[in-house]
Design a protein around this ligand. Structure first.
Ligand SMILES: NC(=O)c1ccc[n+]([C@@H]2O[C@H](COP(=O)([O-])OP(=O)(O)OC[C@H]3O[C@@H](n4cnc5c(N)ncnc54)[C@H](OP(=O)(O)O)[C@@H]3O)[C@@H](O)[C@H]2O)c1
Length: 322
């Protein structure tokens, strides 16, 4: 039997990378093996991955030498950065540079870079519809990733740029789930007006990435955008109402109100939603549902995701998991 091609997965103990490792391991006859990169090979999650059959290897995306070793002998690499761990686009760009260099050093035949738009191409810094943040960004956690695309392409790497979407899992772990308003009614709050938000089950991102790797090199040099559904706030609220058995409303607020909510990153997310709202046709168009489903036939709809996860959504009067 031919030797399996190794896919080295950054963020393997997290949402995106975890989905990819799971997809590789669930397809033993697919011709690929999973190399899970983690900073701590002794963590419970890392040990679990090893038990499931992944090769677990130590690497830190801030340390180019560790990445060079971790990518050695691999056929492909999945590259992702972790903005919310440090809130720095510059750090994301530096980390992308490190990953691209390590991929080049090892002659990887296929790289997926998990990216987002550099929104400044649509909203230049001179456009005052939204404030400029950190001196030179409109949506810092998007712009750094988009700017970092060049770190991969300029080295001539065989890269697929993967445009991801809003995780529905944010309703569980990012404080975006239904909250009771002053009127005592549950609502989800997003400054999207009546526009559609492309969303996805976080675990489906890695499964789509696996679909890209399985296509061979067909999608290198291409940008691929994915989502599980494009839904308005009203449509998501209706789905919540059905799944939870109690009314959930959609609370549309202006982006400036969202920016003023005061939690860390509220300004970044307020600008992000405004970008998605104001450039909605482009943004949804860049995240094709049929493409995502062809890469990952088990792609979840929002209703399916809610059915599997509604008990994990923290809401007043009920703890997550209760
Ligand atoms: N939330 C959303 O809606 C959304 C949508 C699209 C894109 N994104 C983007 O997704 C990215 C995060 O991906 P994710 O959700 O898969 O992350 P995640 O679930 O938070 O996973 C992070 C994993 O990465 C590893 N990690 C963290 N720092 C590392 C480092 N310096 N070197 C190596 N590994 C490191 C950690 O593993 P160890 O501790 O085992 O090392 C951790 O398990 C963010 O940049 C965010 O902007 C988010």
């Amino acid at each position: 039997m031919a030797e399996k091609k190794i896919i080295a997965v950054v963020g393997a103990t997290g949402a995106q990378g975890g989905g990819l490792v799971q997809a590789i391991l669930s397809d033993p006859s697919g011709g690929f093996s999973a190399r899970a990169l983690t900073r701590d090979v002794n963590s419970d999650k890392a040990k679990e991955l090893a038990k499931l059959g992944a090769e677990v290897v130590a690497a830190d995306i801030d340390d180019v030498e560790s990445l060079k070793s971790a990518f050695k002998g691999a056929y492909a690499g999945y590259c992702v950065t972790f903005f919310w761990a440090h809130f720095s686009p510059e750090k994301e760009i530096a980390e992308a540079t490190t990953m691209a260099q390590a991929a080049k050093h090892n002659g990887l035949q296929h790289v997926i870079w998990s990216t987002l738009e550099d929104t400044r191409k649509w909203v230049p810094l001179t456009d005052n519809r939204m404030p400029t943040l950190m001196g030179k960004y409109k949506v810092p956690h998007f712009d750094g990733k988009g700017e970092a695309n060049a770190q991969f392409t300029s080295l001539g790497l065989p890269v697929t740029l993967l445009l991801t979407s809003f995780y529905w899992d944010n309703f569980i772990s990012f404080g975006m789930g239904p909250q009771k308003g002053a009127d005592g009614k549950l609502a989800i709050t997003m400054p999207m007006g009546s526009k559609k938000l492309p969303g996805i089950a976080a675990g489906d991102i890695g499964k789509c990435a696996y679909g890209i790797f399985k296509k061979g090199l067909e999608l290198t040099g291409k940008t691929v955008g994915i989502a599980g559904a494009h839904l308005t706030g009203t449509e998501m609220a209706a789905a919540f109402t059905k799944a939870l058995g109690q009314e959930v409303r959609y609370n549309d607020v202006p982006p400036e109100v969202y920016r003023s909510f005061g939690f860390p990153g509220a300004d970044d997310l307020g600008n992000m939603f405004q970008f998605k709202r104001d450039f909605n046709e482009y943004f949804c168009g860049a995240r094709n549902l049929d493409t995502a489903r062809s890469l990952n036939p088990s792609l979840e709809s929002f209703d399916q995701w809610l059915a599997g996860n509604k008990n994990r959504i923290p809401m007043e009067g009920r703890k997550a998991g209760a």
